[in-house]
Design a protein around this ligand. Structure first.
Ligand SMILES: [Mn+2]
Length: 531
Protein backbone atom coordinates (compact mmCIF):
# COMPACT_ATOMS: atom_id res chain seq x y z
CA UNK A 1 0.00 0.00 0.00
CA UNK A 2 1.17 3.47 -0.77
CA UNK A 3 -0.08 7.01 -0.67
CA UNK A 4 1.14 10.01 -2.61
CA UNK A 5 2.08 13.09 -0.61
CA UNK A 6 2.50 16.47 -2.27
CA UNK A 7 2.09 17.54 -5.89
CA UNK A 8 4.05 14.82 -7.68
CA UNK A 9 6.17 17.47 -9.41
CA UNK A 10 8.70 15.26 -11.14
CA UNK A 11 10.13 18.21 -13.10
CA UNK A 12 11.15 19.95 -9.87
CA UNK A 13 11.88 16.75 -8.05
CA UNK A 14 14.36 18.05 -5.51
CA UNK A 15 12.10 20.93 -4.46
CA UNK A 16 9.19 18.53 -4.20
CA UNK A 17 11.13 16.22 -1.89
CA UNK A 18 12.21 19.08 0.36
CA UNK A 19 8.73 20.57 0.43
CA UNK A 20 7.18 17.22 1.38
CA UNK A 21 9.48 17.12 4.41
CA UNK A 22 8.99 20.72 5.40
CA UNK A 23 12.71 21.41 5.01
CA UNK A 24 14.81 23.79 2.94
CA UNK A 25 18.12 23.83 1.05
CA UNK A 26 19.47 25.96 3.90
CA UNK A 27 18.96 23.10 6.34
CA UNK A 28 20.89 20.70 4.09
CA UNK A 29 23.71 23.22 3.77
CA UNK A 30 23.73 24.04 7.49
CA UNK A 31 27.05 25.34 8.80
CA UNK A 32 28.79 26.43 11.98
CA UNK A 33 26.41 29.37 12.39
CA UNK A 34 23.84 26.88 13.71
CA UNK A 35 25.93 26.19 16.81
CA UNK A 36 24.19 27.51 19.88
CA UNK A 37 25.97 29.47 22.62
CA UNK A 38 26.86 27.06 25.42
CA UNK A 39 26.21 29.85 27.89
CA UNK A 40 22.51 29.08 27.39
CA UNK A 41 23.08 25.95 29.46
CA UNK A 42 22.34 26.41 33.15
CA UNK A 43 25.26 25.75 35.52
CA UNK A 44 27.74 25.11 32.71
CA UNK A 45 30.58 27.24 34.08
CA UNK A 46 30.06 25.85 37.61
CA UNK A 47 30.34 22.38 36.05
CA UNK A 48 33.60 23.28 34.30
CA UNK A 49 35.05 24.64 37.54
CA UNK A 50 34.02 21.55 39.46
CA UNK A 51 35.68 19.20 36.99
CA UNK A 52 38.82 21.33 36.83
CA UNK A 53 39.11 21.46 40.61
CA UNK A 54 39.17 17.66 40.80
CA UNK A 55 41.60 17.29 37.91
CA UNK A 56 43.96 19.83 39.48
CA UNK A 57 43.81 18.19 42.87
CA UNK A 58 44.64 14.84 41.24
CA UNK A 59 41.48 13.28 42.61
CA UNK A 60 39.99 10.03 41.49
CA UNK A 61 37.11 10.72 39.10
CA UNK A 62 34.52 8.07 38.30
CA UNK A 63 32.67 8.22 34.98
CA UNK A 64 29.55 6.06 34.77
CA UNK A 65 28.91 4.57 31.33
CA UNK A 66 25.26 4.45 30.33
CA UNK A 67 24.39 1.27 28.45
CA UNK A 68 23.60 2.40 24.96
CA UNK A 69 25.39 4.01 22.04
CA UNK A 70 24.71 7.54 23.28
CA UNK A 71 26.00 6.55 26.70
CA UNK A 72 29.26 4.98 25.61
CA UNK A 73 30.02 7.68 23.07
CA UNK A 74 29.37 10.24 25.85
CA UNK A 75 31.79 8.48 28.18
CA UNK A 76 34.35 8.03 25.42
CA UNK A 77 34.19 11.68 24.38
CA UNK A 78 34.51 12.96 27.93
CA UNK A 79 37.37 10.74 29.06
CA UNK A 80 39.36 10.93 25.83
CA UNK A 81 39.13 14.69 25.84
CA UNK A 82 40.29 14.92 29.44
CA UNK A 83 43.13 12.46 28.83
CA UNK A 84 44.23 14.39 25.78
CA UNK A 85 44.49 17.59 27.80
CA UNK A 86 45.55 16.00 31.11
CA UNK A 87 47.20 12.65 30.38
CA UNK A 88 47.62 11.82 34.06
CA UNK A 89 44.02 12.56 35.10
CA UNK A 90 42.89 9.79 37.42
CA UNK A 91 39.69 8.65 35.71
CA UNK A 92 38.08 5.30 36.30
CA UNK A 93 35.06 4.02 34.44
CA UNK A 94 32.21 1.80 35.48
CA UNK A 95 29.38 0.31 33.46
CA UNK A 96 26.06 -1.18 34.47
CA UNK A 97 25.30 -4.86 34.85
CA UNK A 98 22.09 -4.66 32.86
CA UNK A 99 19.80 -1.98 31.54
CA UNK A 100 20.04 0.31 34.58
CA UNK A 101 20.78 4.01 34.27
CA UNK A 102 22.63 6.57 36.38
CA UNK A 103 23.23 5.94 40.07
CA UNK A 104 21.45 2.59 40.21
CA UNK A 105 22.43 0.28 43.04
CA UNK A 106 24.60 -1.97 40.85
CA UNK A 107 27.10 0.91 40.77
CA UNK A 108 29.30 0.67 43.83
CA UNK A 109 31.25 3.82 44.47
CA UNK A 110 34.53 3.44 46.32
CA UNK A 111 35.36 5.84 49.12
CA UNK A 112 38.49 7.14 47.37
CA UNK A 113 36.40 8.57 44.52
CA UNK A 114 36.01 12.33 44.90
CA UNK A 115 33.93 13.19 41.84
CA UNK A 116 31.31 11.15 39.98
CA UNK A 117 30.49 12.27 36.44
CA UNK A 118 27.29 10.90 34.91
CA UNK A 119 26.98 11.58 31.20
CA UNK A 120 23.67 10.72 29.46
CA UNK A 121 21.84 9.91 32.73
CA UNK A 122 21.47 11.03 36.33
CA UNK A 123 19.00 13.93 35.99
CA UNK A 124 16.48 12.18 38.21
CA UNK A 125 18.91 10.74 40.77
CA UNK A 126 18.25 13.48 43.34
CA UNK A 127 18.27 11.14 46.35
CA UNK A 128 21.33 9.13 45.33
CA UNK A 129 23.28 12.30 44.62
CA UNK A 130 22.42 13.63 48.05
CA UNK A 131 23.70 10.42 49.64
CA UNK A 132 27.01 10.74 47.78
CA UNK A 133 27.45 14.30 49.07
CA UNK A 134 26.99 12.99 52.59
CA UNK A 135 29.94 10.68 51.87
CA UNK A 136 31.99 13.67 50.65
CA UNK A 137 31.69 12.76 46.97
CA UNK A 138 30.70 15.44 44.45
CA UNK A 139 28.57 14.80 41.37
CA UNK A 140 28.46 16.29 37.86
CA UNK A 141 25.48 15.31 35.69
CA UNK A 142 25.67 16.04 31.94
CA UNK A 143 22.41 14.81 30.47
CA UNK A 144 19.49 15.30 28.09
CA UNK A 145 16.70 13.39 29.82
CA UNK A 146 13.60 15.17 31.08
CA UNK A 147 13.49 16.05 34.76
CA UNK A 148 10.62 14.05 36.21
CA UNK A 149 10.67 15.00 39.88
CA UNK A 150 12.23 17.90 41.71
CA UNK A 151 15.38 19.70 40.62
CA UNK A 152 18.35 18.14 42.41
CA UNK A 153 19.52 20.09 45.44
CA UNK A 154 23.06 18.67 45.41
CA UNK A 155 25.53 18.28 42.58
CA UNK A 156 25.67 20.17 39.31
CA UNK A 157 23.16 19.46 36.57
CA UNK A 158 23.89 20.43 32.97
CA UNK A 159 20.95 19.49 30.77
CA UNK A 160 19.38 21.05 27.68
CA UNK A 161 15.87 20.01 28.76
CA UNK A 162 16.14 21.70 32.16
CA UNK A 163 17.78 24.87 30.78
CA UNK A 164 14.99 27.24 29.69
CA UNK A 165 17.30 29.32 27.50
CA UNK A 166 18.57 26.38 25.45
CA UNK A 167 16.86 26.35 22.06
CA UNK A 168 18.03 22.97 20.76
CA UNK A 169 16.26 20.26 22.72
CA UNK A 170 17.39 17.67 20.16
CA UNK A 171 20.92 17.14 21.43
CA UNK A 172 21.42 13.77 23.05
CA UNK A 173 23.77 13.01 25.96
CA UNK A 174 26.89 13.04 23.82
CA UNK A 175 25.81 16.38 22.32
CA UNK A 176 25.47 17.95 25.76
CA UNK A 177 28.87 16.54 26.75
CA UNK A 178 30.31 18.17 23.63
CA UNK A 179 28.75 21.50 24.61
CA UNK A 180 30.21 21.10 28.07
CA UNK A 181 33.69 20.42 26.68
CA UNK A 182 33.49 23.47 24.40
CA UNK A 183 32.76 25.56 27.50
CA UNK A 184 35.50 23.74 29.42
CA UNK A 185 38.05 24.41 26.66
CA UNK A 186 37.20 28.11 26.49
CA UNK A 187 37.12 28.59 30.26
CA UNK A 188 40.59 27.13 30.79
CA UNK A 189 42.21 28.03 27.44
CA UNK A 190 42.45 24.45 26.27
CA UNK A 191 42.11 22.99 22.79
CA UNK A 192 38.62 22.55 21.37
CA UNK A 193 37.09 19.04 21.37
CA UNK A 194 36.55 19.15 17.57
CA UNK A 195 38.67 16.04 17.06
CA UNK A 196 35.95 13.95 18.71
CA UNK A 197 32.97 15.25 16.74
CA UNK A 198 32.54 11.80 15.10
CA UNK A 199 31.45 10.40 18.47
CA UNK A 200 28.82 13.13 18.75
CA UNK A 201 27.47 12.14 15.37
CA UNK A 202 27.37 8.42 16.20
CA UNK A 203 25.67 8.87 19.58
CA UNK A 204 23.09 11.35 18.34
CA UNK A 205 22.05 9.29 15.32
CA UNK A 206 21.78 6.18 17.49
CA UNK A 207 19.66 8.08 20.01
CA UNK A 208 17.32 9.09 17.15
CA UNK A 209 17.79 12.84 17.50
CA UNK A 210 15.73 14.91 15.07
CA UNK A 211 17.77 15.54 11.92
CA UNK A 212 15.61 18.59 11.16
CA UNK A 213 17.17 20.50 14.04
CA UNK A 214 19.88 22.72 12.55
CA UNK A 215 22.53 22.38 15.24
CA UNK A 216 21.94 18.65 15.55
CA UNK A 217 22.25 18.19 11.79
CA UNK A 218 25.41 20.29 11.72
CA UNK A 219 27.10 18.14 14.39
CA UNK A 220 25.90 14.92 12.78
CA UNK A 221 27.22 15.84 9.36
CA UNK A 222 30.53 17.21 10.62
CA UNK A 223 31.08 13.96 12.47
CA UNK A 224 30.31 11.81 9.44
CA UNK A 225 32.85 13.78 7.42
CA UNK A 226 35.59 13.18 9.99
CA UNK A 227 35.42 9.67 11.39
CA UNK A 228 38.60 9.37 13.47
CA UNK A 229 37.73 7.17 16.43
CA UNK A 230 39.49 3.91 15.52
CA UNK A 231 36.63 1.73 16.75
CA UNK A 232 33.98 3.71 14.90
CA UNK A 233 36.21 3.46 11.83
CA UNK A 234 36.63 -0.29 12.28
CA UNK A 235 32.86 -0.75 12.51
CA UNK A 236 32.28 1.15 9.26
CA UNK A 237 34.99 -0.91 7.59
CA UNK A 238 33.45 -4.12 8.87
CA UNK A 239 30.17 -3.08 7.20
CA UNK A 240 32.01 -1.73 4.12
CA UNK A 241 30.42 1.67 4.55
CA UNK A 242 31.91 4.96 3.39
CA UNK A 243 33.91 3.15 0.71
CA UNK A 244 31.88 3.70 -2.44
CA UNK A 245 29.98 6.72 -1.26
CA UNK A 246 30.21 9.09 1.71
CA UNK A 247 28.77 7.88 5.01
CA UNK A 248 25.12 8.81 5.35
CA UNK A 249 22.98 9.32 8.43
CA UNK A 250 20.98 6.14 7.75
CA UNK A 251 24.16 4.10 7.36
CA UNK A 252 24.87 4.75 11.02
CA UNK A 253 21.30 4.32 12.18
CA UNK A 254 20.71 1.07 10.33
CA UNK A 255 24.09 -0.60 10.25
CA UNK A 256 26.50 0.72 12.87
CA UNK A 257 24.34 1.56 15.90
CA UNK A 258 22.65 -1.89 15.85
CA UNK A 259 26.06 -3.59 16.07
CA UNK A 260 26.86 -1.73 19.27
CA UNK A 261 23.38 -2.06 20.76
CA UNK A 262 23.23 -5.74 19.85
CA UNK A 263 26.46 -6.34 21.74
CA UNK A 264 25.28 -4.37 24.76
CA UNK A 265 21.93 -6.16 24.87
CA UNK A 266 22.92 -9.71 24.02
CA UNK A 267 26.66 -9.91 24.40
CA UNK A 268 28.35 -11.74 27.25
CA UNK A 269 29.89 -9.67 30.05
CA UNK A 270 33.31 -10.16 28.46
CA UNK A 271 32.02 -9.00 25.08
CA UNK A 272 30.49 -5.93 26.64
CA UNK A 273 33.75 -5.12 28.41
CA UNK A 274 35.64 -5.49 25.15
CA UNK A 275 33.22 -3.13 23.48
CA UNK A 276 33.94 -0.50 26.14
CA UNK A 277 37.66 -1.16 25.77
CA UNK A 278 37.49 -0.49 22.05
CA UNK A 279 35.27 2.56 22.26
CA UNK A 280 37.02 4.19 25.19
CA UNK A 281 40.59 2.89 25.32
CA UNK A 282 40.70 2.39 21.54
CA UNK A 283 42.45 -0.94 21.73
CA UNK A 284 41.96 -4.05 19.49
CA UNK A 285 39.42 -2.16 17.45
CA UNK A 286 39.38 -4.40 14.36
CA UNK A 287 38.99 -7.61 16.33
CA UNK A 288 36.31 -6.13 18.53
CA UNK A 289 34.40 -4.74 15.53
CA UNK A 290 34.26 -8.32 14.16
CA UNK A 291 33.18 -9.55 17.57
CA UNK A 292 30.29 -7.05 17.56
CA UNK A 293 29.18 -8.28 14.17
CA UNK A 294 29.10 -11.82 15.51
CA UNK A 295 27.26 -10.81 18.67
CA UNK A 296 24.68 -9.02 16.54
CA UNK A 297 24.08 -11.98 14.24
CA UNK A 298 23.83 -14.25 17.28
CA UNK A 299 21.21 -11.89 18.65
CA UNK A 300 19.35 -11.91 15.33
CA UNK A 301 19.15 -15.68 15.18
CA UNK A 302 18.13 -15.93 18.84
CA UNK A 303 15.34 -13.44 18.22
CA UNK A 304 14.23 -15.45 15.18
CA UNK A 305 14.15 -18.67 17.24
CA UNK A 306 12.21 -17.01 20.05
CA UNK A 307 9.77 -15.50 17.57
CA UNK A 308 9.01 -18.90 16.07
CA UNK A 309 8.50 -20.38 19.51
CA UNK A 310 6.15 -17.61 20.59
CA UNK A 311 4.22 -17.61 17.33
CA UNK A 312 3.48 -21.31 17.77
CA UNK A 313 1.60 -20.48 20.95
CA UNK A 314 -0.23 -17.45 19.55
CA UNK A 315 -3.98 -17.60 19.33
CA UNK A 316 -5.52 -14.54 17.71
CA UNK A 317 -9.30 -14.74 17.76
CA UNK A 318 -11.68 -12.66 15.76
CA UNK A 319 -12.32 -9.48 17.67
CA UNK A 320 -8.93 -9.58 19.37
CA UNK A 321 -7.50 -6.09 19.36
CA UNK A 322 -4.33 -6.91 21.29
CA UNK A 323 -1.83 -9.73 21.58
CA UNK A 324 -1.08 -10.82 25.12
CA UNK A 325 1.40 -13.66 25.05
CA UNK A 326 4.05 -15.43 27.05
CA UNK A 327 7.61 -14.73 25.96
CA UNK A 328 8.25 -18.51 26.17
CA UNK A 329 11.52 -18.09 28.03
CA UNK A 330 13.09 -15.49 25.74
CA UNK A 331 15.73 -13.54 27.65
CA UNK A 332 14.48 -10.32 29.19
CA UNK A 333 16.89 -8.21 27.17
CA UNK A 334 15.18 -9.35 23.97
CA UNK A 335 11.49 -9.15 24.86
CA UNK A 336 11.22 -5.51 23.75
CA UNK A 337 12.69 -6.31 20.38
CA UNK A 338 10.43 -9.33 19.91
CA UNK A 339 7.32 -7.46 21.05
CA UNK A 340 8.14 -4.82 18.42
CA UNK A 341 8.46 -7.43 15.71
CA UNK A 342 5.18 -9.10 16.65
CA UNK A 343 3.49 -5.72 16.74
CA UNK A 344 4.56 -4.74 13.24
CA UNK A 345 3.89 -8.21 11.85
CA UNK A 346 0.36 -8.61 13.20
CA UNK A 347 -0.52 -4.90 13.28
CA UNK A 348 -1.81 -5.19 16.82
CA UNK A 349 -0.48 -3.85 20.13
CA UNK A 350 1.52 -6.46 22.02
CA UNK A 351 2.07 -7.29 25.69
CA UNK A 352 4.79 -9.91 25.91
CA UNK A 353 5.29 -11.25 29.41
CA UNK A 354 7.05 -13.80 31.54
CA UNK A 355 5.35 -14.86 34.73
CA UNK A 356 6.86 -15.17 38.15
CA UNK A 357 4.52 -16.36 40.87
CA UNK A 358 1.24 -14.57 40.31
CA UNK A 359 2.80 -11.63 38.49
CA UNK A 360 3.22 -11.21 34.72
CA UNK A 361 5.76 -8.64 33.60
CA UNK A 362 7.47 -7.82 30.36
CA UNK A 363 7.64 -5.51 27.36
CA UNK A 364 4.82 -3.78 25.54
CA UNK A 365 4.68 -2.21 22.10
CA UNK A 366 1.85 -0.17 20.66
CA UNK A 367 1.24 1.32 17.26
CA UNK A 368 -0.68 4.04 15.50
CA UNK A 369 -2.36 6.79 17.43
CA UNK A 370 -2.95 4.98 20.72
CA UNK A 371 -1.05 5.49 23.97
CA UNK A 372 -0.88 1.91 25.16
CA UNK A 373 0.87 2.72 28.41
CA UNK A 374 -1.64 5.34 29.44
CA UNK A 375 -4.51 3.02 28.50
CA UNK A 376 -3.04 0.18 30.56
CA UNK A 377 -2.52 2.41 33.57
CA UNK A 378 -6.04 3.82 33.22
CA UNK A 379 -7.48 0.30 33.26
CA UNK A 380 -6.47 -0.10 36.88
CA UNK A 381 -5.48 -3.66 35.99
CA UNK A 382 -1.82 -3.16 35.26
CA UNK A 383 1.11 -0.86 35.52
CA UNK A 384 3.24 0.53 32.67
CA UNK A 385 6.46 2.54 32.88
CA UNK A 386 8.28 4.12 29.94
CA UNK A 387 7.23 5.57 26.60
CA UNK A 388 3.61 5.54 25.40
CA UNK A 389 4.06 2.76 22.86
CA UNK A 390 7.28 1.11 24.08
CA UNK A 391 7.45 0.34 27.76
CA UNK A 392 7.73 -2.20 30.55
CA UNK A 393 4.61 -3.43 32.31
CA UNK A 394 3.19 -5.78 34.87
CA UNK A 395 -0.22 -7.18 35.75
CA UNK A 396 -1.52 -9.96 37.97
CA UNK A 397 -1.66 -13.37 36.31
CA UNK A 398 -5.29 -13.79 37.35
CA UNK A 399 -6.17 -10.53 35.53
CA UNK A 400 -4.83 -11.64 32.15
CA UNK A 401 -8.24 -12.25 30.59
CA UNK A 402 -9.64 -9.08 32.11
CA UNK A 403 -6.79 -7.07 30.59
CA UNK A 404 -7.52 -8.65 27.24
CA UNK A 405 -11.25 -7.97 27.44
CA UNK A 406 -10.55 -4.40 28.47
CA UNK A 407 -8.37 -3.74 25.43
CA UNK A 408 -10.62 -5.62 23.02
CA UNK A 409 -13.41 -3.32 24.08
CA UNK A 410 -11.30 -0.14 24.22
CA UNK A 411 -9.70 -0.65 20.81
CA UNK A 412 -12.83 -2.11 19.20
CA UNK A 413 -13.07 0.69 16.64
CA UNK A 414 -9.42 1.68 16.43
CA UNK A 415 -7.88 1.29 13.00
CA UNK A 416 -4.29 0.17 13.49
CA UNK A 417 -4.14 0.05 9.73
CA UNK A 418 -1.73 -1.39 7.26
CA UNK A 419 1.74 -0.08 6.61
CA UNK A 420 1.27 2.73 4.16
CA UNK A 421 4.37 3.83 2.30
CA UNK A 422 4.23 7.57 1.74
CA UNK A 423 5.60 8.25 -1.72
CA UNK A 424 6.84 11.53 -3.17
CA UNK A 425 6.21 10.54 -6.77
CA UNK A 426 3.75 8.38 -8.62
CA UNK A 427 4.68 7.67 -12.25
CA UNK A 428 4.16 5.25 -15.13
CA UNK A 429 7.25 3.35 -16.26
CA UNK A 430 7.74 5.50 -19.38
CA UNK A 431 7.88 8.64 -17.20
CA UNK A 432 10.95 7.35 -15.38
CA UNK A 433 14.37 8.63 -16.42
CA UNK A 434 17.89 8.24 -15.13
CA UNK A 435 18.73 11.89 -14.36
CA UNK A 436 15.66 12.20 -12.18
CA UNK A 437 16.61 9.07 -10.22
CA UNK A 438 20.23 10.29 -9.98
CA UNK A 439 19.16 13.63 -8.59
CA UNK A 440 17.08 12.20 -5.76
CA UNK A 441 19.47 9.33 -5.06
CA UNK A 442 22.33 11.80 -4.61
CA UNK A 443 20.57 13.14 -1.51
CA UNK A 444 20.71 9.71 0.15
CA UNK A 445 23.03 10.70 3.01
CA UNK A 446 20.68 13.46 4.22
CA UNK A 447 17.81 11.32 5.42
CA UNK A 448 17.46 10.45 9.04
CA UNK A 449 15.15 10.77 11.98
CA UNK A 450 12.28 13.14 11.15
CA UNK A 451 13.27 13.28 7.48
CA UNK A 452 12.36 9.99 5.82
CA UNK A 453 14.05 8.84 2.64
CA UNK A 454 12.06 9.72 -0.49
CA UNK A 455 10.05 7.02 -2.21
CA UNK A 456 8.43 6.52 -5.55
CA UNK A 457 5.55 4.43 -6.84
CA UNK A 458 5.67 3.13 -10.38
CA UNK A 459 2.28 2.12 -11.66
CA UNK A 460 1.30 -0.73 -13.96
CA UNK A 461 4.75 -2.13 -14.55
CA UNK A 462 4.73 -5.17 -16.82
CA UNK A 463 7.00 -7.56 -14.94
CA UNK A 464 8.76 -10.32 -16.79
CA UNK A 465 11.44 -11.69 -14.49
CA UNK A 466 13.40 -14.85 -15.26
CA UNK A 467 16.11 -16.83 -13.47
CA UNK A 468 18.53 -14.48 -15.26
CA UNK A 469 17.40 -11.65 -12.99
CA UNK A 470 18.45 -13.46 -9.83
CA UNK A 471 21.86 -12.14 -8.79
CA UNK A 472 23.56 -13.96 -5.99
CA UNK A 473 21.20 -15.82 -3.72
CA UNK A 474 18.98 -13.06 -2.47
CA UNK A 475 18.90 -10.17 -4.92
CA UNK A 476 16.73 -9.77 -7.96
CA UNK A 477 17.80 -7.06 -10.38
CA UNK A 478 15.99 -5.71 -13.40
CA UNK A 479 15.61 -2.64 -15.52
CA UNK A 480 12.68 -0.28 -16.04
CA UNK A 481 13.25 2.16 -18.89
CA UNK A 482 16.99 2.04 -18.26
CA UNK A 483 16.75 2.51 -14.49
CA UNK A 484 18.20 -0.27 -12.38
CA UNK A 485 15.77 -1.76 -9.86
CA UNK A 486 16.86 -4.12 -7.15
CA UNK A 487 14.83 -6.23 -4.77
CA UNK A 488 17.08 -7.32 -1.90
CA UNK A 489 16.64 -10.29 0.41
CA UNK A 490 13.98 -11.96 -1.71
CA UNK A 491 12.44 -14.99 -0.06
CA UNK A 492 11.69 -18.20 -1.91
CA UNK A 493 8.01 -17.36 -1.61
CA UNK A 494 8.64 -14.06 -3.35
CA UNK A 495 10.62 -15.71 -6.12
CA UNK A 496 7.91 -18.29 -6.65
CA UNK A 497 5.34 -15.57 -6.98
CA UNK A 498 7.24 -13.37 -9.43
CA UNK A 499 10.01 -15.24 -11.27
CA UNK A 500 8.91 -16.73 -14.59
CA UNK A 501 5.41 -15.26 -14.27
CA UNK A 502 4.06 -12.46 -16.40
CA UNK A 503 2.45 -9.93 -14.12
CA UNK A 504 1.49 -6.31 -14.00
CA UNK A 505 2.44 -4.71 -10.72
CA UNK A 506 2.78 -1.45 -8.85
CA UNK A 507 6.24 -0.97 -7.45
CA UNK A 508 7.17 1.09 -4.40
CA UNK A 509 10.87 1.91 -4.13
CA UNK A 510 13.53 4.01 -2.42
CA UNK A 511 16.19 6.00 -4.23
CA UNK A 512 19.75 4.79 -3.65
CA UNK A 513 23.12 5.23 -5.27
CA UNK A 514 24.52 2.01 -6.62
CA UNK A 515 27.89 1.17 -5.09
CA UNK A 516 29.46 -0.08 -8.28
CA UNK A 517 28.16 2.19 -10.99
CA UNK A 518 27.65 5.29 -8.84
CA UNK A 519 24.34 5.77 -10.63
CA UNK A 520 20.99 6.33 -9.07
CA UNK A 521 18.94 3.18 -8.73
CA UNK A 522 15.73 2.06 -7.10
CA UNK A 523 15.61 -0.29 -4.16
CA UNK A 524 12.25 -2.01 -4.16
CA UNK A 525 10.28 -1.85 -0.95
CA UNK A 526 7.02 -3.38 -2.10
CA UNK A 527 5.67 -5.08 -5.21
CA UNK A 528 1.89 -5.05 -5.48
CA UNK A 529 0.27 -7.24 -8.16
CA UNK A 530 -2.48 -5.35 -9.98
CA UNK A 531 -3.65 -7.95 -12.51
MN1 LIG B 1 20.82 9.28 25.55
Amino acid sequence: MYKLVGENDINNAREQVLKNRGITEELLAVGEEAVEDYMNYDNIIEGCELLMKHIEEGNKILVIIDSDVDGITSASLLTNYIWREFPTADIILQHHEGKQHGLSNDILIRDDVKLVVIPDAGTNDKKEIEELYKRGIEVLVIDHHELEGEYPTYGILINNQTSPRVKNKHLSGVGVVYKFLCAFADTFFLEEPTEFIDLVSLGMIADAMDARSEETRYYIKEGLKHVKNPFFKALTEEKKLGVYKPLGIMDIGWSIAPLINGTIRSGTIIEKQKLYTAMIYQRDCDTIAKMCKNAKSRQDSAVKRDMTKIEKTLVINEGDRIIIASSCGATKSKTGLIAGKLCSKYKLPVLLYSSEGDLCSGSARGLGEIDLKEDLNASGLGNGVGHGNAFGFSFKKEDESKVKEYFNELYKDVEFGEDVNLVDFEVYPFELYQEFVDEIASMEGEWGNGVDAPMIAIKDVPLNLTEENIKGKLNVIWDIYGVMCIKRFTSNVWKEEFIGKKKTVDIVARFVTDNFTGKGSLEIVEVIPTK
